[in-house]
Design a protein around this ligand. Sequence first.
Ligand SMILES: *[C@@H]1O[C@H](CO)[C@@H](O)[C@H](O)[C@H]1NC(C)=O
Ligand SMILES: *[C@@H]1O[C@H](CO)[C@@H](O)[C@H](O)[C@H]1NC(C)=O
Ligand SMILES: *[C@@H]1O[C@H](CO)[C@@H](O)[C@H](O)[C@H]1NC(C)=O
Ligand SMILES: *[C@@H]1O[C@H](CO)[C@@H](O)[C@H](O)[C@H]1NC(C)=O
Ligand SMILES: *[C@@H]1O[C@H](CO)[C@@H](O)[C@H](O)[C@H]1NC(C)=O
Ligand SMILES: *[C@@H]1O[C@H](CO)[C@@H](O)[C@H](O)[C@H]1NC(C)=O
Ligand SMILES: *[C@@H]1O[C@H](CO)[C@@H](O)[C@H](O)[C@H]1NC(C)=O
Ligand SMILES: *[C@@H]1O[C@H](CO)[C@@H](O)[C@H](O)[C@H]1NC(C)=O
Length: 357
Amino acid sequence: MLSVFSVLLFAGAVLVAEACQGSISSLSDVDYAVKCTTITLRGFTVPAGQGLILNLLPGTTVTMAGDISFGNKSWAGPLFTIIGTSITFNGNGHKFNGGGPFYWDGKGLNSGTQKPDPMMKIKMSGTFQGVTVVNSPARAFSVANPAPLLMTGLTVDDSQGDYANNRSKGLAAGHNTDGFDVGSDNVTIQNCTVHNQDDCLAINKGKNITFDRNTCIGGHGISIGSIGSNVAVSGVIVSNNIINESDQALRIKTIASATGSVVGNVTYSGNTAKGIRKFGVIIDQSYPSTLGTPGTGTIISNVNFGSPFSNITVNSGANQVAVNCGSGSCIGTWNWYYLSAKGGVTSPPSNVNILGL
Ligand SMILES: *[C@@H]1O[C@H](CO)[C@@H](O)[C@H](O)[C@H]1NC(C)=O
Ligand SMILES: *[C@@H]1O[C@H](CO)[C@@H](O)[C@H](O)[C@H]1NC(C)=O
Ligand SMILES: *[C@@H]1O[C@H](CO)[C@@H](O)[C@H](O)[C@H]1NC(C)=O
Ligand SMILES: *[C@@H]1O[C@H](CO)[C@@H](O)[C@H](O)[C@H]1NC(C)=O
Ligand SMILES: *[C@@H]1O[C@H](CO)[C@@H](O)[C@H](O)[C@H]1NC(C)=O
Ligand SMILES: *[C@@H]1O[C@H](CO)[C@@H](O)[C@H](O)[C@H]1NC(C)=O
Ligand SMILES: *[C@@H]1O[C@H](CO)[C@@H](O)[C@H](O)[C@H]1NC(C)=O
Ligand SMILES: *[C@@H]1O[C@H](CO)[C@@H](O)[C@H](O)[C@H]1NC(C)=O
């Protein structure tokens, strides 16, 4: 009898662990809820100076049923962290509100008020979808997935940061509000919208990264870089995106003094850009200068435009295309037949052989 009872008890405990439904309405619910693989995240305000951290069992599904706000306090952040493998996170269109106007001072991460950064730290694999991030204090999504990750149907709305406030000295109050910062492998970002004041996408390292069917408004466009020393970026596809009213459309920037880095196999196709204020396409090895003396310590190889055409229209006075490579550091095949750039001016590329330009 005793042994049968023990087996039943054991089976019952396993069933409870697998079938439990977690529900989170405050930070104090988190520890218990994350023992379940089905979790509802309800609307509440996270106390100022604390982060909401979901460290989940493999295969967990989280569904949002309300909006999350964060109390306002100057601290390092992140405001939200999600950790786990094979996770499904369904935002259902609900918001994470970062309280940006409380922090924004036109200076971003350079100085001024300390800002929680990044706002959303994504350390999961699986699918993260259907979330609207509003008013990120500084960078919105920072992505460091342990295995393949799809991010889809996401919105970053920092449009309020376009306006000056009483601390920004006439500048846009939002600054360093990157949409997606990616520094890992096997990431697809699809069907997302970013309205911000810095890069829509910034890839710092990683391989097999796809950015497809996204809309980028108001910021600095789609960027690889800034590339520092001893990092590799390869296998990047930037396709079917819309870039409107941004400083750049498509950019690769490497730090002039960087050494031991490679950026290779980058393909752009089917992108449409309008209202570009500075550069349609810029590949520049002189960062932090723009079109300054280029470094040679990062090798950029095989940067191509594939079918269908990417159509880029720049404002008058802006530059259609600028390529500033160090001697011998832009190599391989560069076929830009499928780039159509209009408006503004253009200058000849340096230290690179580009077909079809
Ligand atoms: C934080 O401050 C901003 C700007 O003042 C405000 O919009 C937001 O509601 C505040 N957040 C909370 C949780 O009070
Ligand atoms: C990325 O995918 C490749 C090929 O499937 C795999 O070998 C590698 O471990 C993956 N890396 C990550 C971080 O997911
Ligand atoms: C700036 O504006 C905020 C929000 O409107 C207000 O609370 C604050 O007192 C103002 N600061 C100054 C220095 O005017
Ligand atoms: C590339 O990354 C995607 C996820 O974005 C993944 O599904 C795919 O398996 C990866 N491919 C390789 C060859 O690693
Ligand atoms: C992205 O949108 C396209 C076009 O509407 C659709 O075909 C595709 O399935 C969407 N991707 C995801 C992951 O939902
Ligand atoms: C280039 O990158 C794409 C996308 O990640 C990948 O499918 C392809 O195999 C890579 N090509 C080479 C030559 O590495
Ligand atoms: C982008 O610009 C195009 C052409 O001007 C316009 O039709 C479209 O509505 C704009 N999209 C957004 C999201 O601003
Ligand atoms: C770019 O313009 C060409 C010629 O008008 C057109 O065929 C192509 O579909 C356009 N590309 C996109 C992504 O809309």
